[in-house]
Write a protein that binds this ligand. Structure first.
Ligand code: MOS
Length: 711
């Protein structure tokens, strides 16, 4: 028998704020961590599925000839729009795969081959002959596109907001900047492509669907599958135990999981479906391109009198998704007159979706570049310009900020970066063929939180089991949840076991919107606080089944507090531009963040730096091309879609300001997963301007774009 005495140590070592190693780090680096497509218990009768993407950009399927595919050895079935199981209604029309003959974009799935082996499935898919009736397509976004309309919402907020008379105040302003920035389509490329394994057990009313999916949220996947396969949720289990990155592309259920479940039902076999990377560009979302006009009017002392940010973007014909790039302008700077607006053009393109900091990343690229242009027009230091326009309350809502550390980040960053020594003149630092420049940009990301449930059990053997259906997509979620639990229980982190990544565990929201730690952590904190209270009242040994407390944060986390809650940051970059080749090399990147209390400095730093590297890619190398001739995206592998490699990534450093914000959650944390990308592209672009004297307004800053402008 273990006594309960050890459960409440007199002076527990602090758990929060400690640089704790990832709990599953060893499993990952030794290969024992299993991802969806490599589940250890793959049964011997497992079949493999390979989808067939449409090769036309618009039209319909008139015939699918499966004879050649079915004649190949190993082929079990070929599902087509005519033969695939009929699905129930879901909220997401991108999941209605093989339900009709329409082809809304190139790469839309039009058939699915199922075979004994992966190789057999791929060969069968390649042998399927699809005939189409094609229609003319349009995949090109333009500012004055005749089909552009103003949606009701952008990112869940009103698409249009206006205060005062932004146009009139702009015209009357003594100093004006009126500029248009362009960001191309961008793609998430997680190391682990989307994959699912599906198995049906039992028949009829006893049937149970089990799915291993590479997803940012097993509960939302289960909800979608329940609607599509017309099953109560308790007859579906979804497991997302380890996930090799997502960045938003796994934030909603994707077609592969539906196809895997369909194929398993159709063949009566367990089915594995791992998407080849070449398919991802068309079926797991992308950051929609944006054309962003920013108009800033100011007094000679830099005081903004008018701020307009107007965004044009595209969506697909399947589903409306609006890249909410105008939203950060509602948060950042004081101005008596303001306009933020969105228009969207439906095109024959794949459906856009979430990519790390949707809205903020492209929107702050435009706004923070325009602020740099205004500083230039005023002859004012760009940090001073931001100080001059610091708002007392959130400009759009008038709400007080729960905390706002922007100026502290700018000051701390300026100090660490050596900003005071900067010669503001552009194109003034030349060494041989290299021009050197530095730039700064602000960053912001909202504090989001969703209700969650969790359970905490004090085991008979002295350990603690914490369960919550959280997902660790590489962020360190398991680890920080163990720290939160240990802190609330007053025990060592090592005595806490964390169970996440399965719908068998207490229901929880997805890993998205930089909200995971706040949402799951709140429920874990609450369950552990309750458990600690129960243990304090408990005398004698614990029962064999231990003592359990559960929590549901629906009431507190679902509440909208009377505060504007955002994380802020400041990004600094030093670049060198090769005047012979047009190549931009980043030499130094610094991010300083104000994101509440940092719960694990080790994994937080990794999140910040990861976001900054992704921002470096957005600034310099990453772009997707909507192919006007054939539709779809031209870049479908990592040889043509250039994410930064080690040689591109220089000295990257992240720091933070400690914030004590009582209006967040019991841990006092703000989200940190996305803000690192937000200010990085503008900081790099502003540094390129400082280096060269040339203002580029379209990303990425590739040599073919930079070199001609230097001549
Ligand atoms: Mo992130 S784009 O909220 O997964």
């Amino acid at each position: 028998m273990h006594s309960t005495r050890a459960r409440v140590p007199a002076a527990p070592a602090p758990a929060l704020g400690v640089a704790t190693e990832r709990i599953e780090g060893r499993d990952k680096v030794t290969g024992t961590a299993r991802y969806a497509g490599e589940h250890a218990r793959t049964p011997p009768d497992c079949a493999y599925a390979w989808p067939v993407p449409a090769t036309v950009a618009r039209g319909r399927v008139t015939a699918v000839d499966t004879a050649g595919a079915l004649a190949l050895p190993g082929t079990l079935a070929v599902l087509t729009p005519g033969t695939a199981p009929r699905l129930g209604e879901s909220d997401d029309p991108t999941l209605a795969v093989l339900q009709d003959d329409a082809v809304p974009h190139r790469g839309w799935y039009v058939a699915l081959a199922v075979a004994e082996t992966l190789e057999d499935a791929r060969a069968a898919a390649q042998a399927v002959r699809v005939t189409y009736a094609t229609e003319p397509h349009d995949v090109t976004l333009t500012e004055d596109h005749p089909d552009a309309y103003r949606p009701e919402q952008a990112g869940g907020r009103p698409a249009l907001r206006e205060r005062g008379d932004a146009g009139g105040a702009f015209t009357a302003a003594p100093v004006r900047v009126d500029v248009t920035y362009r960001v191309p389509p961008l793609h998430n490329h997680p190391m682990e492509p989307h994959a699912a394994f599906a198995r049906w057990d039992g028949e009829g009313d006893g049937a149970h669907l089990t799915v291993y999916d590479s997803s940012q949220g097993a509960d939302p996947v289960r909800t979608a599958l329940a609607a599509l396969f017309r099953l109560p949720e308790d007859r579906i289990t979804v497991v997302s135990e380890h996930v090799g990155g997502g960045f938003g592309s796994k934030g909603t259920p994707r077609p592969h999981v539906v196809l895997a479940a369909m194929a398993a039902r159709h063949t009566g076999r367990p089915v594995k479906l791992a998407l080849p990377r070449g398919h991802l560009a068309a079926v797991v979302g992308h950051r929609a391109p944006t054309i962003q006009r920013v108009r800033l009017g100011a007094e000679h002392d830099g005081t903004l009198t008018s701020l307009s940010h107007e965004v044009t973007t595209h969506t697909s014909r399947v589903k409306e998704f609006v890249e909410q790039a105008g939203l950060p302008a509602r948060v950042m700077y004081a101005s008596p007159h303001s306009l933020t607006d969105h228009h969207v053009v439906p095109l024959d393109v794949p459906t856009p979706s979430w990519m790390r900091a949707p809205g903020e990343a492209p929107g702050m690229y435009a706004l923070e570049s325009a602020m740099d242009e205004l500083a230039g027009a005023l002859g004012m230091d760009p940090i001073e310009l931001r100080v001059r326009n610091e708002p007392a309350t959130e400009p759009d809502s008038g709400l007080p900020f729960s905390s706002r550390g922007l100026l502290a980040c700018l000051r701390e960053g300026a100090h660490r970066f050596g900003w005071a020594d900067r010669d503001p003149r552009p194109a003034a630092r030349r060494e041989g063929r290299w021009l050197t420049g530095t730039g700064v940009a602000a960053a912001t990301y909202p504090v989001l939180v969703s209700p969650s449930t969790a359970a905490a059990t004090a085991r008979h053997d002295g350990g603690y089991d914490i369960t919550v259906n959280a997902t660790d997509i590489g962020t360190g979620a398991r680890t920080v949840l163990a720290q939160i639990a240990a802190d609330a229980l007053g025990v060592a982190v090592g005595s806490v076991s964390i169970g996440i990544g399965s719908t068998r565990l207490p229901r929880a929201p997805l890993a998205g919107g930089s909200s995971g730690t706040a949402s799951w952590g709140w429920a874990v904190h609450r369950a552990c606080t309750r458990l600690a209270e129960r243990l304090a009242r408990h005398t004698g040994p614990l029962p064999a089944e231990g003592v359990t407390a559960v929590a549901d944060t629906a009431e507190e986390a679902g509440r909208t507090p009377p505060f504007a809650r955002h994380a802020f940051g400041a990004h600094f970059a030093e670049v060198q531009v090769d005047t012979g080749t047009g190549e931009v090399r980043v030499r130094r990147l610094l991010g300083v963040y104000a994101a509440g209390r940092i719960l694990n400095p080790r994994t937080a730093r990794s999140q910040f730096i990861g976001g900054m590297v992704m921002g470096l890619g957005m600034a310099l190398t990453e772009h997707s091309t909507a192919d006007p001739a054939f539709g779809g995206f031209a870049e479908r592998d990592l040889a043509s879609y250039h994410v930064p490699s080690n040689a591109d990534v220089p000295d990257v450093d992240a720091h933070w300001i400690d914030e004590d914000d009582p209006h967040l959650n019991p841990m006092g944390s703000k989200g940190i997963g996305e803000i690192g990308i937000v200010g990085t592209p503008a900081a790099i672009g502003n540094a390129v301007h400082h280096a060269t004297g040339v203002r580029f307004r379209e990303l990425p800053l590739t040599p073919d774009r930079v070199l001609p402008a230097l001549a």
